[in-house]
Design a protein around this ligand. Structure first.
Ligand code: URA
Length: 428
C-alpha cells in the first residue's frame, strides 16, 4: 500500500480537493491500525462533513472500511438472502415482525443489528427484554440458524468493518455524525460485509429521524442505493415518515409485545403497513415476488418462525415480559382531535424513562417506555388517558413529562386533519 501522510490527506480535503483511491485506502487502514491518531481522523471527518465527497470517493471509502475486516458468505444457503436497514426512528420495531415474516415466505434474513444510542431504540435492546434471549452468536450459529429457520436477528460481530466501529465512535463525540458520505459509507460497509444478496433501506424523514427534511433523506437514500448497486447487492430504499412515532409504543418490552400482536394478525395499522411494504421489497429483491407476505401473517406461519427464532437463541416466547415498577398517566387536556404527535418528543420521553442509553456502555430498562392511546387523526375526550409512562424509577417522570410538553396538539372537533403518507417514495 502506498504510504501517505495524515496531514497531507487532511489538508487536501480541507482545501476541497478529491482524495485519491490510494489516499483513502491508506488513511482507513492506518486509522484502523492506530497509525493515524483520533485527532487527525476527527479533523478529516470534519473536512468531509464541510466539503463532501463525490461518488467515487464514497465508494472507495466504503470499500476500504469493508476491507478492514471480514466478510460473511451466505452463498452456500439453500435460499436467497435479503436484509433491511432502518436509519432509526421512534417506535420502530419493524425488524421484529419483518424478519420472521420474510423467512416464512422463503427468503433468508440475516439481521445483524446494533444497540440503540440516543432517542431511537435498538433492535437488540428490545429483544433482550425477552427472558433468556441471547444476542451474541458465532458465525457458525448464524449460518445454521439461517439454514434451519430462515431468519436470525443477532449482534453484528466485531469482525465486520472494524474501521467503521472506531470511526463511528469518534464521529459521535466530534459533531461529525451528520455527514451524508460518512453515514452512507458507515451503514453500507456493514451491510455489504454482512453478505446479504438484497437490501431494503428504510430511510426515515421527520422530526424523530436523523434526516429532518426530505431533500437530505433523499440524498442519503440515493447515495446508499448507488453504493449497494455498485457492490452487486440488489438495493432499494423507501423514504418513510418519522414525524409521528410508529405504532402505539416506544420502549423495549412493550415494542416486543406490539410486534407479537402484528405476528398474531393484529397490531396497529401503520406497523402492519410498513412491515408488509418492506417485506414486499425484500421478496422482490430476492426474486420471490410470487409470494404475498400478507398471507403468511394471516396463516400464522410468520408467528411460527418468530417462536422458533426466539427459542433458538435461548429465549422463551411464552414468558411474561418484565413489567415496569412505576407508571404515570397523562390525560387529554380537552376533547377534540389529536392532530399532532411528535416523534422526537415521544422518543426523548422514552429515553429519559430508561428505555435508551446516553453512553454506549449504559444499561437499558426492559420495561421502560411510553404507550400512547391515540394516533393523529383520532378523536379524544378530555380526561381520557393519552400517554402511559413506564419506568422502574419514579424520579424519571419529571424529565420525561418535560420532553412530552409541546409534543402533541389536541384541537377542537371538526379541525381539518390530513394524514401524511407513511411511505413517501421509493428509490432504486
Ligand atoms: N448508523 C450507522 O451505522 N452509521 C451512521 O453513520 C449512522 C447511523
Amino acid at each position: 500500500m502506498t504510504q501517505h501522510d495524515a496531514v497531507e490527506v487532511i489538508v487536501a480535503k480541507r482545501d476541497g480537493q478529491e482524495l485519491s483511491d490510494s489516499q483513502i485506502d491508506w488513511v482507513i487502514d492506518a486509522y484502523t491500525r492506530g497509525d493515524v491518531a483520533d485527532e487527525q481522523m476527527s479533523a478529516l471527518a470534519m473536512a468531509i462533513l464541510l466539503n463532501g465527497m463525490d461518488r467515487r470517493e464514497i465508494a472507495r471509502w466504503t470499500g476500504a472500511m469493508i476491507a478492514s475486516g471480514e466478510r460473511m458468505d451466505f452463498s452456500g444457503l439453500s435460499r436467497p438472502t435479503a436484509d433491511k436497514h432502518s436509519t432509526g426512528g421512534v417506535g420502530d420495531k419493524i425488524t421484529l415482525p419483518l424478519a420472521p415474516l420474510v423467512a416464512a415466505c422463503g427468503v433468508a434474513v440475516p439481521q445483524l443489528s446494533g444497540r440503540g444510542l440516543g432517542h431511537t431504540g435498538g433492535t437488540l435492546d428490545k429483544l433482550e427484554a425477552i427472558p433468556g434471549w441471547r444476542a451474541g452468536l458465532s458465525n457458525e450459529e448464524i449460518l445454521d440458524q439461517l439454514e434451519s429457520l430462515g431468519a436470525v436477528i443477532c449482534a453484528a460481530g466485531d469482525g465486520l468493518a472494524p474501521a467503521d466501529k472506531k470511526l463511528y465512535a469518534l464521529r459521535d463525540v466530534t459533531g461529525t455524525v451528520e455527514a451524508i458520505p460518512l453515514i452512507a459509507s458507515s451503514i453500507m460497509s456493514k451491510k455489504i460485509a454482512e453478505g446479504t444478496g438484497a437490501l431494503v433501506l428504510d430511510v426515515k424523514v421527520g422530526t424523530g429521524a436523523f434526516m429532518k427534511d426530505e431533500a437530505s433523506a433523499r440524498e442519503l437514500a440515493e447515495t446508499m442505493v448507488a453504493l449497494g448497486t455498485d457492490a452487486g447487492v440488489h438495493t432499494v430504499a423507501l423514504l418513510t415518515d418519522m414525524s409521528t412515532p410508529l405504532g402505539l409504543t416506544a420502549g423495549n418490552g412493550i415494542e416486543v409485545e406490539e410486534s407479537v400482536e402484528v405476528l398474531a394478525g393484529g397490531g396497529p395499522a401503520d406497523v402492519v403497513e410498513l412491515t408488509l411494504a418492506l417485506a414486499r421489497e425484500m421478496l422482490a429483491g430476492a426474486g420471490r415476488d410470487d409470494v404475498d407476505p400478507a398471507d403468511r401473517l394471516a396463516d400464522g406461519s410468520a408467528m411460527d418462525v418468530w417462536r422458533q427464532m426466539i427459542r433458538a437463541q435461548d429465549g422463551d416466547p411464552d414468558a411474561d415480559l418484565p413489567a415496569a415498577r412505576e407508571s404515570h398517566v397523562v390525560e387529554a387536556p380537552s376533547s377534540g382531535v389529536l392532530t399532532r404527535l411528535d416523534a422526537m418528543a415521544v422518543g426523548m420521553a422514552a429515553w429519559r424513562l430508561g428505555a435508551g442509553r446516553a453512553r454506549k456502555e449504559d444499561p437499558v430498562q426492559a420495561a421502560a417506555g411510553v404507550r400512547w392511546h391515540a394516533r393523529p387523526g383520532d378523536a379524544v375526550t378530555a380526561g381520557q388517558p393519552l400517554f402511559t409512562l413506564l419506568t422502574d424509577e419514579a424520579d424519571r417522570f419529571d424529565r420525561a413529562l418535560a420532553s412530552l410538553e409541546g409534543g402533541y396538539d389536541v384541537e377542537p372537533e371538526g379541525t381539518a386533519y390530513s394524514p401524511r403518507d407513511l411511505v413517501i417514495d421509493r428509490i432504486g
